[in-house]
Design a protein around this ligand. Sequence first.
Ligand code: AVJ
Length: 333
Amino acid sequence: MRPIGTAVSDRFELIEVPGTTGAPSFAQDAAAGLQATPKHLSSKYLYDAVGSALFDAITHLPENYLTRAETEILREWGWQIVRVLDAPLDFLELGSGSAVKTRLLIEEALRVQGKLRYSPIDISREALQASSLALVDAFPGLSVRAYLGDYFNVLASSALRFDRRVLAMFMGSNIGNYEPADSRRILSLIAGALRPGDGLLLGTDLKKERSVLELAYNDPAGVTAAFNRNLLARMNRELEADFDVRNFKHVSHYDERRGSVDSFLEAQKPMEVWLRSIGVRVSLAAGERIHTESSYKFGDDDVASLANEAGFRLASTWHDRAKRFSVHLLVRS
Ligand code: AVJ
């Protein structure tokens, strides 16, 4: 069935890509994950309204350097990044973009080419509409063609349309939340949606000392712990569950072998939990953990091989002054 297009203002269009309707719901994923061994929940469910607000707070913590480091790179090298592909560009972004970072690149591109089409992909209609309308209001030379759907479906669909050379963006080390097989799959899907000479800007958090990484995910103020435990509160809100959130501890540690910071919710005593709206009863032993997130870290050489496997060549890499974060430009071969 052809994607549905609705023009809200003459510079904003939202296209809903069918196919995501089949994706399992929060209820279905929660039921499956909590009855699995070991128990697990996808990190995408961390971002309800409360979770997104807590994540925004995390980006302001002194211990969580990722967003500041990436912003520093885009502020310093944005002018060069938008010129490397040496052609007028259309932007494609996985996620509706963080207001600050994406704007830095939009400003630079408009300075170079006067007019720009920006296409964010996001699963949340609210986030997509809010960020897109704010951008068209802020930039007269900008038009937004937004795609509502999950990355995999939108990238695999024929809905994506570009008139110019494309600079795709996957920022914030969000690729780190995918298991290696899935990050390879998503890079191949992005490559498949691009033409030779198009680019992909990829933000990745660098592998570094355990002490720095573990502090970033165990901030003394407990904001990351609240972000993680909000997942239990969300199930109480949306699935009529009766989790006693105080009986769970946030646990996050760096697994050097895999290169990932893994986060869990650990039951502090044995308990039975009833998720009324999905009719599921879950028992947890004291010390039993629910895996809620993996944040893989990357050496620049890891990214070079990931790129080659997916049909890209690694053209450039920029670092922040403290060399904690990388922004790579991959060019479609
Ligand atoms: C936004 C997904 C990159 O995994 O580091 C922050 C989310 N989790 N603190 C990450 C997050 C815990 C963050 N990403």
